[in-house]
Every structure is written in C-alpha cells, then in structure tokens.
Design a protein around this ligand. Sequence first.
Ligand code: MG
Length: 301
Amino acid sequence: MHFVTMEIQGERIIGLTDEAQNYVLDLHRAHREIEDGTTWPSSLLEAIEQGESFIETVSRLRDWVFKQRDSESYFYPMGEVRLYAPIPRPKKNIFCVGKNYRDHVLEMGSEDDLPEHIMIFTKATTSVVGPEASIPSHEDLTDQLDYEGELAIVIGKSGKGITIEAAMDHVFGYTIVNDITARDMQKRHKQFFLGKSLDGTCPMGPAIVHRSFVENPQSLMVETKVNGEIRQRASTELMMFSIPEIIAIISKGMTLEPGDIIATGTPAGVGKGFVPPRFLKKGDVVEVSVEKIGTLRNVID
Ligand code: MG
C-alpha cells in the first residue's frame, strides 16, 4: 500500500495510490460512504498511530470501492491532485544517519573518516516540503547547496531499547528524503544542524509505502538525477549500519514513536564529491528514485 497526503477540493486528506502512482483513491469519501463506525484519521500521522487497525480498514475500504458500480469515480489521476509531503509537519525533527555508505565517506574525506559508531544528526521539521515543491536556493546564505538522495524509514510502533531482532516490527513503512545540505554552512558552524535545516531543504515523499510491500529494504536501488543526469546510484545493501541496527542504536536510550522519520544516509555521488564540485543552482531539477518506493522530484528556485 502506497499512502499519500493530498488536497482535493480544498481539503487535505489521505490517499491510497498504486505502485505506478498514476491514480489515487479517495479513501476519505469511501470511508464516509461505508459508515462502518470506525474513526477515520485526519492525517497520515494519525493513521500511522492507529497502527495495524488502519491497514485493515484500508483493505476493507479498497475492496468495497471495487465492488461499487461507479468505482472509477473514487479515483483521481495523480496529476490532478496536489500532493504534500506524506507527513507535512512531523512531530519531531527528522533523524538522519550521516556517513552510512563507504564510498560517500571516501568522496567527502578519507578512510580515517569511516565511522566506528553511527553518526546521527537531525533536520528541523520546518525544512519539510512535498514532491514537486520548489526548494529555495538560499543564495544569500550559501553557494554550496547539495543533494543527498536517501531511503527513509517511518516508525510505526513506539519503543525503547528495541532489539535488532525486533526492529522491523517497529517499522510502518518507507519513504524518500532528499537531505539537501548547504555544505559551506555545514562546515562553518561545525555542527550540522544549521546547514541541514534551511526551509525547504527536506523534500519528502511522494508516498509512504507500507512495509508489507517491501520484502527486503536492504536491496533497493537509490538513484539521484540532476537535470536528467545520474549522479548517485547504489543499492541499500551497501549501508554500513543496516535498518535494524539504526533502529536499535537510536532507541537504546531514546523512545522512538509512530511517525518518527529516519533518513538512512546517502550513497556516493553528491555534488561536493566531484572535482570541481557540482552544487545545485536555480532551475536545477533534482529527482531521487528509490526502487519500489517512487520518485521524488523538486526544482531549485
Ligand atoms: Mg544525508
């Protein structure tokens, strides 16, 4: 199941889309008409908090829609709806793993920079924007704006001290994050937060794909294109800290909650890794694709 947050007739609602992401089902209308007494969540975040009961409700609604004589009237072409980030304003900062692909560490530095322990930083919730949203170039603050295509985990079940064995039970699904970074600010301020949290620098989406659809999240191809040219291409099997390890390490002393988002790190091929560097400029189109999850497209404005 692929869930999106979309706007129809001025209302921001949850939609269900197909794998090709060509059509979106108006679950809100289906739920209103089926009148089964269940409470319908007002946002995807609230739906994730409902857990498995939400997934069961959606299955029931989808089956019901397909039995209706006018079933096609419940679907909209994807191009006709406005999409937001699946969770437009997360409750917490977005967790990000730094240095999780060996070749990316090497392009940014040397063998000495390979992490012994996982590196975690966060991006402010206000940096989140949706698919097709423009990313401000922030020309007054940076001339080194860079892209980082990443698979992101969406937590479904609360937990602290989660073991590696139990970690996948805490995952609701997956989405895509482009961890846009102002490299000069990242370096100047020593700590990553400012350079990683400018408004509009956390494009996310287009969908959250339920974990049941992703058999092995550790073998997905991640690809980033700038103006159609492939800059990053690597499988998630190359992560140095796997998804279960990331969840176990973060949750050791900190409670992870439904709706928490963890970007799992970026492979080699970022703009700073080129000689000379190839940073983003106004008008550039950045597309991050993750196999089975979709394509997140944004334009630098
Ligand atoms: Mg990153």
